[in-house]
Design a protein around this ligand. Structure first.
Ligand code: IFM
Length: 453
């Protein structure tokens, strides 16, 4: 297909209802962790554990979005996005994870959702973005099979309360990141390193997803339900033979442990064998429920190496020297994004929304005139957008794209050292400053929005 500039090209390549959005998550931006009746989450605990977060910081204040959400909605409106993906903090609405409901927490999300809708933006609600209530972790968290039922009750609460205004739901964000890092590699809460715990967590989270889909389907008329998977090609460090098996196993864990059972009804082979003791008759049918879309979070390839000290015998490998990266240390490889999108369409046959893509780094600072000129992020977004167009032209069924993230925020184990936002946040004053990339995204949306929109 010939590449034409501007709107004509958009009409050719992008579906008429293509969605342009931005994503965030509760713990990374809300702050107000001890306000309005919110209970503690496993990330509050981890932030208070020595070494849990590199810079010793926490999400106590974060971007103070809990109080400043109106300003943040106005910033989104200025960019011109169609959609805003946010997550509900389970411990804000159910402080102990189950039982007593916190009306003040529900009221907060009412105000947020109403404000987003008033701005002409469609809310996309993620039920779980890693902040499990601590009270549930005290009962074993995701290693406890009952956690799938607690999640289903939480999903029902959210569906009943917001389902009149919210129709787009994601059950989970990045299943394999929070289970692998939280239960096998100590890079995330709750910081367990144990094979059996990890396998149980994988299976129970998959079950929770299945329950969540059914609950949402039954309680929200017109719901459009998906799940959000991180997927990136896994390569053996140095291309070396001794790292091949590590790469193959990491690929199963990273890329297939969740989408395969959820969409195809089976686990990938090595995981299937190991997880068998935890699978009860009927489980696979419970997990494999029809969804409306596949959420893809994609950044760059990852590298694996054999590492006998690790729970699964694989560790994170080094990126080859000289690989381009624009700040976060993650390789820039847009062809892998294009191929992933085309491959996903063939493998799972479900419409795709790119629910996260973006560029971090520690170099975004206001200049003498107060502007934040983040050329590296614009370059990243440009090459990934080229790949997106190529994927669409190559037959990928992509329906939308969300930048991670609206705001600089609390970047988990990296604390505040990595900035992913289109909007700069001064974490001393909480002042928001749109970066050059926000203007770039605004212009892209205007230019690529189909003529009839
Ligand atoms: O900040 C995270 C987000 O919470 C999940 N996906 C990757 C982002 C950048 O690391």
């Amino acid at each position: 297909m010939a590449t034409l500039p501007g709107k004509e090209a958009a009409a050719q390549v992008f579906p008429a209802d293509f969605v342009w959005g931005v994503s965030t998550s509760a713990y990374q931006i809300e702050g107000a962790v001890a306000e309005g009746g919110r209970g503690p989450s496993i990330w509050d605990r981890r932030c208070r554990t020595k070494g849990g977060v590199g810079d010793g910081s926490n999400g106590d204040v974060a971007c103070d979005h809990y109080h400043r959400f109106g300003e943040d909605i106005a910033l989104m409106r200025d960019i011109g996005v169609d959609a805003y993906r946010f997550s509900v903090a389970w411990p804000r609405v159910l402080p102990r994870g189950r039982g007593a409901v916190n009306q003040v927490g529900l009221d907060f999300y009412d105000r947020l959702i109403d404000g987003v809708l008033e701005a002409g933006i469609t809310p996309w609600l993620t039920l779980y973005h890693w902040d499990l209530p601590q009270a549930l972790d005290d009962l074993g968290g995701w290693t406890n099979r009952d956690c799938a039922g607690w999640y289903a009750d939480y999903a029902a609460l959210v569906a009943r309360r917001f389902g009149d205004r919210v129709k787009r739901f994601a059950t989970f964000n990045e299943f394999s990141v929070f289970t692998l890092f939280g239960y096998a590699i100590d890079w995330a809460a709750p910081g367990v390193t144990d094979r059996m715990a990890h396998l149980k967590a994988i299976h129970h989270v998959n079950l929770a997803h299945g329950f969540g889909v059914d609950v949402l389907r039954s309680l929200v008329p017109g719901a459009s339900i998906g799940a959000i998977h991180n997927r990136q090609i896994v390569l053996p460090e140095g291309g070396r033979e001794e790292n091949m098996a590590a790469a193959a196993l990491l690929d199963e864990h990273w890329n297939r442990a969740f989408p395969d059972p959820q969409l195809l009804g089976y686990y990938p082979p090595q995981i299937a064998e190991a997880i068998e003791p935890f699978v009860v008759a009927g489980d696979m049918a419970r997990i494999c429920r029809p969804v409306d879309w596949f959420g893809l979070n994609h950044y760059g390839p990852i590298f694996a190496k054999a590492d006998a000290t690790q729970v699964w015998g694989f560790g994170w490998g080094e990126t080859p020297a000289g690989t381009p990266d624009y700040g976060v240390g993650w390789p820039i490889f847009p062809d892998a994004f294009r191929d992933e999108l085309i491959g996903l369409t063939k493998r799972y046959g479900v419409p795709i929304y790119v629910t996260e893509n973006g560029c971090g780094g520690d170099r975004d600072k206001p200049d003498a005139d107060g502007r934040v000129i983040d050329t590296h992020r614009i370059k990243y977004l440009e090459v990934y957008h080229r790949a997106l167009r190529e994927a669409l032209a190559g037959g990928a069924d992509v329906r939308g794209y969300f930048v991670w993230s609206l705001l600089d925020n609390f970047e988990w184990g990296a604390g505040y050292g990595q900035r992913f936002g289109l909007i700069h946040v001064d974490f001393e004053t909480l002042k928001r400053t749109p970066k050059a990339s926000a203007a770039w995204y605004r212009d892209l949306i205007v230019n690529l929005r189909p003529l009839e929109k």
